[in-house]
Design a protein around this ligand. Structure first.
Ligand code: ZN
Length: 380
């Protein structure tokens, strides 16, 4: 990846020949982060690009006056910041970032599983997801659990609220049950894995978040990036990476490291905002998934599949998750209203989310992924 570091003065004067004839954002206030021009597409090396968002502000920090710009590669569909925040200034983008809140798991989940919960959950997880260590003592109970699993009200609880099928967050138990959660944040997902019997390690570069996750959920969390953690080859049966890849300066390099620490046949579960989502199409640069300047890249199914392929990982499932739409629509409309000086209407947002969910469901059989959050599983 060849980039040239520019100071803000130079940047303002620079026009990239391969980009649309569109002047970069106007000069920013002092204290802005430094940006560098991206010469070629970081994923495919292509030079062709089109402008997709200009003058994007930080939706989480209205006091940040600097604006950012995103382009899309014409060859591989990857969307990237251009100019991009230089690696040395990335920490400055995370002042007061939101992963410092703690969250507890519901008591029904963390407490001792007793009676019906125990055998229904155990029966379903053992039979359908390979969690043999949770299987009820008798085969008759497993059969009964499988029958009860047909009831929607029980189905979700049996899967610990993680959802089954395409886009669900419940991994199949495999190998020795060694799991790595990259970008552990407040630790809720890692704690869920641990409760299901996985031997979980977390990596989180934010020290406060890592400490919260460790103290709140009793997890083993390294304050580190994946690369600096230096795990041995093939250490893990399962790796989760939720809302991390869009933040990384070199996504393919990190995915290669994921491949290295996965055992042969091990699985990666990855989530990231979906650039092809309906909300993005409707909200444009106000889409919650943009989150400038922290999101350096925005993927769609095609570019993400390519990035994984470059790293030697084969995609085996792709979906968009259910349930995220409302959050993305609300946050996008709230940001837009604030920027335009308009009044935000929660009722209009709720109605819009409902309508979009109908469209998202309708498009799914045709293989169109229109939800806001891409969910991809890949194997080594
Ligand atoms: Zn490209």
């Amino acid at each position: 990846m060849s980039r040239r570091v520019l100071n803000s003065q130079e940047m303002v004067m620079t026009n990239q020949p391969s980009a649309e004839p569109h002047a970069p954002s106007e000069p920013w206030a002092h204290g802005g982060v430094r940006l560098e021009a991206v010469r070629d597409c970081p994923l495919c090396g292509g030079g062709g690009r089109r402008l997709v968002f200009d003058r994007v502000r930080d939706c989480l920090d209205p006091s940040r006056e600097q604006t950012f710009r995103y382009v899309q590669c014409e060859a591989c569909a990857l969307v990237y910041q251009d100019p991009m925040v230089i690696a040395a200034d990335l920490p400055e983008c995370y002042d007061g970032y939101h992963t410092h809140e703690t969250e507890t798991l519901p008591a029904s989940f963390t407490g001792e599983w007793g009676g019906a919960t125990k055998w229904i959950r155990g029966g379903v997880l053992a039979h359908k997801y390979g969690y043999e260590h949770l299987a009820p003592a008798s085969g008759a109970l497993t059969l009964a659990a499988r029958a009860l699993d047909l009831l929607p009200a029980i189905r979700s609880r049996a899967r610990c609220g993680l959802g089954g099928g395409a886009g669900g967050g419940l991994p199949r138990f495999s190998g020795e049950g060694k799991a790595l959660d990259i970008g552990t944040g407040n630790g809720v997902f890692a704690a869920t894995l641990a409760r299901l019997g996985w031997d979980v390690t977390g990596v989180e570069f934010d020290e406060v978040a890592a400490r919260n996750a460790a103290e709140c959920h009793g997890l083993r969390v390294l304050v580190s990036t994946l690369e600096d953690a230096r795990f041995e080859d093939g250490s893990f049966d399962f790796v989760s990476m939720f809302h991390v890849i869009e933040h990384l300066p070199d996504p393919v390099a990190t995915l290669r490291e994921v491949r290295r620490v996965l055992r042969a046949g091990g699985r990666l579960m990855l989530r990231t905002p979906n650039f092809d989502s309906l909300t993005r199409r409707a909200a444009g640069r106000y889409w919650r998934g943009v989150e400038a300047p922290r999101h350096l890249y925005l993927f769609n199914r095609r570019s993400l599949t390519r990035a994984l392929g470059e790293a030697g990982l084969r995609v085996v499932a792709a979906a968009t998750t259910r349930g995220g739409t409302r959050y993305y629509v609300e946050e996008s409309l709230r940001f837009r209203a604030a920027e335009m000086g308009e009044t935000y209407s929660p009722r209009a947002a709720a109605a819009r989310a409902k309508f979009q969910n109908v469209l998202i469901r309708a498009a799914r059989p045709a293989g169109l992924l229109l939800g806001d959050e891409l969910h991809v599983e890949a194997v080594r």
